[in-house]
Design a protein around this ligand. Structure first.
Ligand SMILES: CC(C)(COP(=O)(O)OP(=O)(O)OC[C@H]1O[C@@H](n2cnc3c(N)ncnc32)[C@H](O)[C@@H]1OP(=O)(O)O)[C@@H](O)C(=O)NCCC(=O)NCCS
Length: 398
């Protein structure tokens, strides 16, 4: 075998694979910034549309730029009819993240800029993806319930329009704004698994839709975007549980993970979780549904206490822990919670794809191509001796 020295690591943790100007996390101190701006300030003062522009372009837009971008997103909301025809043929039980992952290349088919790989064309494609992914998810939810997708409401923001398309009810100002804040909070998060998947795919010069479809696939897993739905499942299961601390203890004793707790980068509270925890309490009070917040706090306190007893003092709630109850109170079904994460993260994914394709002075090779350590059969440089199928015996022993 080759004697060359290989650097082995676990899941690329701590390995910087590229330069980026898009976002930064200080995991020790619980800091997240987008293009230099702190996440708390963006959550407090910005909108999803403004944040998406910031991520894509690098600077906050001026008034005209923001108006033009909002108009561009509104104009791009219409989804081609053939996509609805395809979705109508699918079984209602289909997993919504699979529907979203399938719809992304269908959206590519309808994009007039598909073959133009210039930066401006990629920014136009990014706007279409950001505008249409929520429309697809809301439309799919209606189709699977035997309803027709609703026409979008041009007067509504990106966030409020999604809730309208999903529920058929125009959200009040506060809920529309809360959902807008959720989209801001989830819009980017450095080189997590799905963002890296997007960048890795387009590093081959594949188009933006191929990258986004890979990102959706990576986000679907329960250790990544799927955790919010798992948190909601847990909160619902605990409806009849009188001893939540005891349940948490038993889970940990059985080697189970408490969903929504812990993070690969944050070693303290995820700053997004702080904003969402407050939102969960406030929404619960407004809607008369404080039980979700109270149950979440009970799980959090019990989990942190039990984990600390096991020497795990850095595990804290992540973004998924309180977004679960927030989304539930916004009437977003459990299996749409991860797609909702995806429609927000589309802004970050597209920004990373544009940076991957056009970034200036990036310290990275043209194409990602990691190495691996081969630990399989090795019979010398000539390989193992190949035997004919008749000579291999039978696994069933017959
Ligand atoms: C997100 C996550 C995968 C990051 O993990 P990581 O930094 O790679 O750390 P590891 O998976 O190696 O876990 C480190 C230790 O903490 C424990 N741990 C991590 N998260 C835990 C959790 N949610 N509940 C219980 N134990 C947990 C692991 O079992 C491991 O223990 P060990 O050292 O005794 O084997 C992990 O915290 C997790 O599975 N969380 C729950 C899923 C979730 O909320 N995902 C959304 C992330 S935004």
């Amino acid at each position: 075998m080759s004697e060359s020295v290989k650097i082995k690591n676990t899941g690329l943790r701590g390995v910087a694979v590229a330069d980026t100007k898009i976002s930064y996390i200080d995991g020790e101190h619980g800091i997240l910034i987008y293009r230099g701006y702190g996440i708390e300030e963006l959550a407090d003062r910005s909108s999803f549309e403004e944040t998406a522009w910031l991520l894509l372009r690098g600077e906050l837009p001026d008034r005209e730029e923001l108006k033009a971008f909002k108009d561009q997103l509104i104009a791009a909301r219409e989804v081609p009819g053939f996509i609805w025809d395809c979705l109508r043929r699918l079984p209602a039980e289909a997993v919504p993240m699979d529907i979203l992952q399938m719809a992304v290349p269908l959206l590519a088919v309808a994009d007039p800029d598909l073959k133009d790989d210039s930066k401006e064309a990629n920014l136009r494609k990014a706007a279409r993806l950001i505008a249409r992914m929520p429309v697809v998810i809301a439309g799919w939810h209606r189709i699977r319930n035997g309803l027709e997708p609703l026409p979008h409401a041009p007067s509504l923001s990106h966030a409020a329009n999604f809730l309208w398309l999903l529920t058929g009810v125009k959200p009040d100002r506060e809920i529309g704004r809360d959902f807008d804040v959720c989209l801001v909070l989830h819009a980017d998060h450095t080189f997590n698994a799905s963002t890296f998947a997007c960048r890795e795919v387009v590093s081959t010069r594949a188009h933006i839709y191929a990258g986004i479809a890979a990102g959706v696939g990576a986000l679907s897993g329960s250790l990544h975007g799927g955790a919010n739905a798992a948190v909601m499942e847990m909160l619902m299961k605990l409806e009849t549980e009188e001893d939540i601390p005891g349940w948490v203890r038993r889970q940990l004793e059985q080697g189970q993970r408490i969903m929504g707790i812990g993070h690969a980068v944050y070693k303290t509270t995820d700053p997004r979780a702080r904003v969402l925890k407050d939102m969960s309490r406030r929404l619960g009070e407004k809607l008369g549904q404080t039980k979700w917040y109270e149950r979440s706090v009970c799980v959090e306190e019990a989990a942190l206490g039990e984990l600390a007893k096991r020497g795990k003092t850095t595990l804290r709630p992540n973004v998924d822990f309180y977004s679960a109850s927030v989304y539930h109170m916004m009437e977003i079904p459990q299996d749409l919670m991860t797609p909702v994460f995806a429609i927000s993260r589309a802004a970050g994914w597209c920004s990373h794809i544009v940076e991957e394709k056009f970034g200036e002075a990036q310290e990275k090779p043209a194409l990602y191509r990691p190495d691996s350590e081969y630990v399989g059969n090795y019979c010398g440089p000539m390989g193992c001796s190949y035997s004919e199928i008749e000579a291999r015996g039978s696994s069933s022993g017959g």
